[in-house]
Design a binder for this molecule. Structure first.
Ligand code: CMP
Length: 139
C-alpha cells in the first residue's frame, strides 16, 4: 500500500514547524523506500545519496561496530554525508522491515535552505552529537 506522504511527514518532529502548503510541496520530492530486516541503509565510510525519514519500523545506528542509537517512526537520518559530501558517518541497519521516505541530495539541500527552522533543528541535533562524541573520547 502506498503511504500518505503528507500525513507521514506531518508526524516527523523535524518538520513540525512547516506549514501545510510547504509540506504538500515537499511531499512531492520524497520517494518511498523499503528495506528488509537486516538490510543496510547507509554504510559507514561509504558514499551515500539520500536523506531518510522513517515512517514504519526500527533501525539501529552503529559507529565502528558499536550501537549508538535506535531510530523509529518520525526519526530522520542521513543528513551528514549530504551536508559535507563526505562518507557516511555511521551504519544504519534495518532491525525490522523499514518503510522510509527519502530525499535526493539536491532536493535535501533546497529544502533545508528554504526552511530555517529545519536547518536549526539539524544544527541542534549535530551539536548534541558532537558533544556526545567528545564525551565519548574523554573516557
Ligand atoms: P550520514 O553520515 O549521512 O549517514 C549515517 C547517519 O546516521 C548520519 O548521517 C546521521 O544521520 C546518523 N548518525 C550518525 N551518527 C549518529 C549518532 N551518534 N547518533 C545518532 N545518529 C547518528
Amino acid at each position: 500500500m502506498a503511504v500518505d506522504t503528507i500525513d507521514a511527514l506531518s508526524r516527523v518532529p523535524l518538520l513540525a514547524e512547516m506549514e501545510r502548503t510547504q509540506l504538500e510541496r515537499l511531499a512531492r520530492s520524497f520517494r518511498e523506500r523499503r528495506f528488509d530486516a537486516a538490510q543496510v541503509v547507509t554504510r559507514e565510510g561509504e558514499e551515500g545519496a539520500g536523506f531518510f525519514v522513517i515512517v514504519e519500523g526500527v533501525a539501529a545506528v552503529t559507529v565502528r561496530g558499536e550501537t549508538r542509537r535506535e531510530l523509529g517512526p518520525g526519526d530522520a537520518f542521513g543528513e551528514m554525508a549530504l551536508i559535507d559530501r563526505g562518507p557516511r558517518s555511521a551504519t544504519v541497519i534495518a532491525e525490522t522491515g523499514l518503510l522510509c521516505l527519502a530525499l535526493s541530495p539536491w532536493d535535501f539541500r533546497a529544502f533545508v535552505e528554504e526552511n530555517p527552522s529545519v536547518a536549526w533543528s539539524l544544527l541542534e541535533t549535530m551539536a548534541a552529537r558532537l558533544r556526545a562524541a567528545d564525551a565519548h573520547h574523554d573516557h
